[in-house]
Design a protein around this ligand. Structure first.
Ligand code: NFE
Ligand code: MG
Length: 499
């Protein structure tokens, strides 16, 4: 019996530590620890509710748009503010662009190097300028700085990497191309968000930039380029990883309970639906069933609390607590959130585009549906979702109405209780607030990575990643590459998770 500890988990945002117990070459127990405290919920109290979208965006530089949307919706629901159609579509476009950069970032910059053999660069003697510069970078030499600043790619963790030299080099070249694609996606978001990463234009009531025909055309052009990359490069690289590492189609399954709040405003309803799937069965989402438990979390309190009544009282030395994440539960149980959860919920709800895309993918690859509940399934769901969102953004651009208002006029009431639900790239995101006399009396954010990286709950039940790690085959003499692959498939952001 041994242990494998990853501390810190690298190539993620924020400070995450994973502890595992290993027996006979497989993980038998796991603990996920968020290693920082931030306090956004504490310092929001007493502020003007209209500050919430500005402040909560600073929770994260990767998914700030989602926090802006959740905060706007929480304030709109508390103060009875509605959003015109153009405002909804602009939000969906800014959020969609943010999904695209985030999914591309996650695969190329954060996860692909779990599979790609970077040492392949050291053998490279061809003339491709990008690969030559990467080789210099991998060797730790000062590069020209044209493509990337000098920084080492190596050493990688010990373990089995791709033995396909052609794919290794192609994926590394795509790593660089992905940086440009992300820039393009950020620029799309900035066209309507005013600036990125933290948008200035999303406010309760709508989006202040309005609809200029030039911006619509500019967005369309950039979207075409990003979409081409997803179709011609990203999907192919995910499939190549699946071909080279088929065993990860049976590793990292997890709790197999999936939750989505629904996302992408399109008028009367969200484009991707809300819902909860357990044992393949879809039920409607009932947010009264959400609670945050703290038995294993470094916060005072006991028993699960609904986020509207939730509190954030740090207790760093609490006995039995091992994480700064709370433990969100739905009906008392841990749920996985994220692109895979959104695809599972949408497919169970009979969503036409999602069902067609998922079925097409399974038919083209000959893969069983079962394979989706795995490390590879999460990567595939993210790539397919990127394609679906890029396609749908064209529809939102078409539906924008030049000259129509994108922010309503309103007189907010002085107080009320608000629930702001959306989906961030990494999964279900909810902000809850109580506004009293024009000030925030309470604020709670329950974030995707808080769901996925949750510690044990009040019944000592493990969180989704703690469950997904169970049974993962590992090299006991190694450094935990296999553990890292499972962990990164969830796209952790601990800066968000601890907020
Ligand atoms: Ni910091 Fe975030 C997303 C949110 S986190 S990245 O996507 O909300 O889980
Ligand atoms: Mg919280």
């Amino acid at each position: 019996m041994g242990t494998i500890v990853l501390d810190p988990v690298t190539r993620i945002e924020g400070h995450l530590r994973i502890d595992t117990r290993v027996e006979s070459g497989a993980v038998t127990e796991a603990w996920s620890r968020g290693e920082m405290f931030r306090g956004f919920e504490v310092f929001l109290s007493g502020r003007d509710p209209f500050d919430a979208p500005v402040i909560t965006q600073r929770i994260c530089g990767v998914c700030p748009v989602s926090h802006a949307v959740a905060a706007c919706r929480a304030v709109e629901s508390a103060l009875d503010i509605s959003v015109p159609r153009n405002g909804q579509l602009l939000r969906s476009l800014v959020l969609g662009a943010n999904y695209l950069q985030s999914h591309v970032l996650h695969f190329y910059q954060l996860s692909a190097l779990d599979f790609v053999n970077v040492a392949a660069l050291l053998e490279y003697d061809g003339s491709d300028p990008v690969l030559r510069e990467l080789k210099a970078w991998a060797q730790g030499e000062v590069s020209s700085g044209k493509i990337l600043p000098a920084a080492p790619f190596l050493p990688q963790m010990t373990g089995q990497y791709s033995a396909d030299p052609k794919w290794n080099l192609a994926a590394l070249s795509h790593y660089v191309e992905a940086l440009e694609v992300r820039q393009e996606a950020h620029q799309m978001a900035a066209l309507f968000g005013g600036k990125m990463p933290h948008t200035a234009a999303l406010i309760p009531g709508g989006v202040t930039t309005g609809v200029e025909p030039e911006a619509v055309e500019d967005c369309r052009t950039r979207l075409r380029r990003v979409r081409r990359f997803i179709e011609n490069v990203y999907l192919g690289d995910v499939l190549a990883a699946a071909r080279l590492f088929p065993e990860y189609g049976a590793v990292g399954g997890g709790v197999r309970r999936f939750l989505s709040y629904g996302v992408f405003e399109e008028g009367d309803r969200d484009w991707l639906p809300s819902g909860v799937v357990e044992a393949g069965k879809l039920s409607p989402l009932d947010t009264r069933r959400i609670s945050e438990q703290v038995a294993s979390s470094k916060y005072a309190g006991s028993g699960g609390q609904h986020p509207l009544q939730g509190e954030t009282r740090p207790e760093p030395h609490k006995s039995g607590a091992y994480s700064w994440l709370k433990a969100p539960r739905y009906g008392g149980a841990a749920y996985e959130v994220g692109p895979l959860a959104r695809m599972v919920v949408a497919a169970a709800a009979g969503h036409p585009q999602v069902t067609a895309t998922l079925n097409g993918f399974l038919a083209d690859t000959g893969l069983e549906q079962q394979v989706l509940f795995s490390v590879l399934g999460r990567h595939a769901a993210r790539a397919l979702e990127a394609l679906l969102v890029a396609q749908r953004m064209e529809t939102w651009l078409e539906r924008l109405e030049v000259g129509a208002a994108s922010v309503g006029t309103y007189t907010p009431r002085p107080g009320g209780d608000g629930e702001g639900l959306t989906e961030a790239p990494r999964g279900a995101l909810g902000h809850w607030t109580q506004v009293r006399d024009g000030k925030i009396a309470r604020y709670q954010a329950v974030v995707p990575s808080t769901w996925n990286f949750s510690p044990r709950g009040d019944r000592s039940d493990p969180g989704p990643v703690e469950t997904a790690l169970l049974g993962t085959p590992v090299d006991e003499q190694g450094q935990g590459l296999e553990v890292a692959r499972v962990v990164r498939s969830f796209d952790p952001c601990i800066a968000c998770a601890v907020h």
